[in-house]
Design a protein around this ligand. Structure first.
Ligand code: URA
Length: 300
């Protein structure tokens, strides 16, 4: 006899084999699973068992999105990448074009197909006409809550950097290589960096953003952004301190602001980030005061 739990396990294993690590349970499915678990524990039928669980049906349960808490998404093999749909950018101004892109990014099928990214789109913020485009890795808890990139602790660190450069947040364009918060098991406020498959799934969106904004200079913040844009691995120490190019736009790699938070007392990392940003300011013809040049006195 096929038990309901066998068909459920078979269904979940099939999803897992496809690389899907997160599904959502609607309330009926939740109470169905509770009842099933009760029944397995006590050997007696639970109360209020929905038909789908109470019968020995081989149909999959009414699962839409189920949180498979025991699976760490990073450990799941990703399903083969879904080809990116054709992006049709409408509008005349850069702001209109970005709005058109954002609408298409909202339920971006290649990202959804992975099953390892959460559902809230965190697109970008800032000036569509900006000459500087900063690109991070992926939104975290705070960003997802506010649907804006760089509004959590790393964002506050980035704000300090922008102030030191003499630019406002509204002068620059801030985006991420991955547009949805990477999911983790039993996720609360914890975040994780995006996987290679997650980066590849979202990359077509960022390529379009770069084509629309056409910044004078891109700053890749951290290894994930650098690897996604340059395809040369994410070793920031090896990539920083030199000019690169992405789609004809000069690109500088530097440490992620979260690295500055981790190394709060390490002036060396701060110095290196500042050197990278001075190089960016020079390249973009931005005014640089003596005070700015002297933030970190030359080493003796
Ligand atoms: N880290 C990032 O790379 N991007 C964000 O938006 C927030 C934190």
């Amino acid at each position: 006899m096929i038990r309901p739990v066998d068909s459920l396990l078979e269904y979940l294993s099939a999803q897992q084999a496809r690389g899907i690590s997160h599904l959502h349970l609607d309330p009926d499915a939740r109470s169905g699973l509770r009842a099933l678990s009760e029944r397995l524990r006590t050997g007696k039928p639970g109360t209020g068992v929905p038909a789908v669980v109470a019968t020995a049906s081989v149909r999959p349960p009414p699962v839409r999105v189920l949180q498979l808490d025991e699976l760490a998404p990073q450990e799941v093999t990703s399903p083969p990448p879904l080809p990116a749909p054709q992006l049709l950018i409408e509008g005349a101004s850069r702001a209109e074009k970005l709005a058109s892109l954002q609408r298409q990014a909202d339920a971006w099928p290649p990202a959804r197909a992975l099953g390892s990214l959460r559902e809230v789109l965190v697109f970008a913020t800032g000036n569509p006409e900006a000459r500087l485009m900063f690109i991070g890795d992926a939104p975290g808890y705070e960003e997802e809550k506010k649907r804006l990139p760089f509004v959590g602790p790393a964002g506050q660190q980035l704000d300090k950097i922008l102030t030191a450069m003499g630019v406002a947040r509204s002068d620059v364009y801030l985006s991420n290589i991955v547009k949805f918060r990477p999911a983790t098991a039993r996720q609360t406020t914890n975040n994780r960096p995006p996987s290679t498959a997650e980066i590849a799934a979202c990359l077509p969106l960022l390529h379009q953003e770069i084509a629309i904004v056409r910044p004078q200079c891109i700053i890749a913040l951290g290894g994930s952004a650098a690897d996604g844009l340059l395809g040369r691995g994410g070793d920031v120490a090896a990539l920083r301190g030199a000019w690169h190019e992405h789609a004809g736009v000069p690109l500088r790699v530097t440490y992620h602001p979260s690295q500055l938070l981790l190394a709060a007392h390490d002036t060396q990392v701060r110095r290196l980030v500042w050197e990278d940003l001075l190089a960016v300011m020079e390249r973009c013809g931005m005014p640089i005061s003596d005070k700015q040049r002297g933030f970190f006195p030359p080493k003796p």
